[in-house]
Design a protein. Structure first.
Length: 483
């Protein structure tokens, strides 16, 4: 730290200081500043944090480009002849950059319009609710907040794999900046990031190999979901090496790289041009001076919070991934609502809320509520309704009939317990069911609704009209006739 930084010790007083400029904290800044409060957001690099810059939105932008490429390959299926095409990754990247730049402008406009102050710099606690900010020009500022929100997020975890760090692997950040199609991409991790980007890169023309220590992709999902994802990636020509422990990595990503794995007691070598690591996340808590603010961490390194998102320090709150919340932008925004309400004198907790999510493969996987695995683990009886996507007539018109819809309904009642869709438009269909769940509607309300024909959401009618299998708490199964 420079002498100049040490000299600036006069505190500036704010109603709210936010450390980390992610989506939830950005909405918090605009909201409280819009009420006339003095608010400052400290962010090291990105206006709006990860989501609009290096994560959710740019990845979906590139995934959509990959879907367009897949349509070119399938053009004859739709009666359109083609002579061939070429993927220009620099153009894919530039389209993504253009979108990100436009969103950044919107965010900066919102800062100006609400009066919230965006400070580009590195923040660190130096005392209770007091943060020093090292600015890019070498100067510093000291900010003290009546309340402080920590929202510093997470980053890709490299783990302790020998040779991985030296191989300079791609993470989700760098892979979205590629200006050429990797000749052969080796992917470490069969979760959200690994699966989405594996399919996208394969569709751009890369050979792709995915390795994961689990025997199933997305191993926490129900068995039918795991099998559907496995079949999807295999049909796309992606090599899957599952149940494999990585022993070591050598070479350099972008040049030549190899991964030695142990599978079924034998060693196997995967060789490629690039390696992408997508094997979990690490909370960004180092160097924040949390001990000086009285903020404690959990055993896993996340900020310790209660169900109101209060930390162990008075007046200090934490939201989003760094607080151990589910790693989705929409949960970060809901975390903001929890903090907002508690600052307003209400009692709002994180327990019992819906945590919907979507895997943006093509087709999508979307889920909300109780899964079959969870119902069985908790001894909850349920009725299972399930239909293939080809029962959805709109999917037939689109030639997108891969997948299924399924829903869990309580036994002895009509309450919807959980919903899963693997198919085109899965997230939008799921949202319709989630709204019904929020409203407490019986499943029969969707079964008997007049929905526009032909639409994907209309598929809920054949779903809820199908015969259900009844799964008792002891997991005995009997058939329930269609109504």
């Amino acid at each position: 730290m420079s002498t100049q930084v040490l000299k600036n010790t006069q505190s500036e007083e704010f109603d709210l200081v936010i450390l980390g400029g992610g989506t939830g904290s950005t909405v918090a800044a605009w909201t409280f500043a819009g009420r006339g409060q003095r608010v400052a957001v400290i962010e090291r690099k990105y206006v709006g944090g990860s989501c609009p810059n290096i994560a959710c939105l740019p990845s979906k932008n590139i995934i959509h480009s990959a879907k367009v490429a897949s349509y070119f390959r399938r053009s004859e299926e739709f009666g359109i002849a083609r002579e061939g095409f070429r993927v220009a990754m620099s153009g894919v990247r530039d389209r993504k950059r253009k979108m990100v730049s436009a969103i950044n402008d919107v965010y900066l406009d919102n800062y100006r319009n609400t009066g919230a102050e965006f400070i580009l710099g590195t923040g660190r606690f130096v005392g209770a609710r007091t943060v020093d900010v090292a600015l890019p020009d070498g100067n510093s500022r000291r900010l003290r907040g009546t309340n402080v929100i920590i929202s510093t997020g997470t980053r890709a975890a490299l783990g302790a794999i020998p040779g991985l760090a030296d191989a300079q692997p791609l993470t989700h950040v760098e892979v979205l900046e590629l200006d050429e199609v990797p000749e052969h991409l080796l992917v470490i991790g069969g979760g959200y990031v690994g699966i989405e980007l594996s399919q996208a890169m394969r569709r751009f023309g890369s050979r792709v190999s995915v390795t994961d220590r689990n025997n199933r992709l997305m191993s926490r999902e129900d068995a039918d979901v795991c099998e559907a994802l496995l079949s999807l990636l295999e049909d796309e020509g992606i090599e899957l090496v599952l149940g494999a422990a990585i022993k070591r990595v050598s070479g350099k990503s972008g040049d030549s790289v190899s991964i030695v794995v142990e599978q079924n007691g034998a060693e196997k070598v995967l060789e490629g041009s690039h390696v992408l690591v997508a094997a979990g996340r690490t909370p960004n808590t180092e160097g924040l001076g949390l001990e000086l603010a009285g903020v404690e961490l959990t055993e896993n390194g996340f900020i310790k919070v209660n169900d109101r998102l209060q930390t162990t320090a008075s007046g200090v709150w934490a939201i989003g991934e760094v607080a151990g919340s589910p790693q989705f932008t929409h949960i970060s925004v809901d975390d903001f609502r929890v903090v907002r309400d508690n600052l307003d004198g209400l009692h709002h907790v994180t327990t019992g809320r819906h945590v919907p999510y979507c895997l943006f493969t093509d087709p999508e996987l979307a889920h909300v509520g109780l899964s079959e695995n969870e119902a069985k683990a908790r001894g909850i009886a349920y009725r299972l309704f399930k239909v293939p996507m080809d029962a959805v007539l709109r999917a037939r018109t689109l030639s997108e009939t891969r997948g299924f819809l399924k829903v869990l309904v309580e036994v002895g009642g009509d309450r919807i317990l959980g919903f899963t869709a693997f198919g085109i438009g899965a997230a939008e269909i799921m949202s319709a069911v989630q709204i019904a769940m929020i409203a407490g509607l019986p499943y029969t309300a969707l079964r008997d609704a007049i929905l526009t024909h032909p639409t994907l959401v209309e598929g809920l009618i054949p779903l809820f009209s199908s015969a259900a299998s009844v799964h008792e708490a002891g997991d005995a199964v009997r058939q329930h006739p269609a109504i």
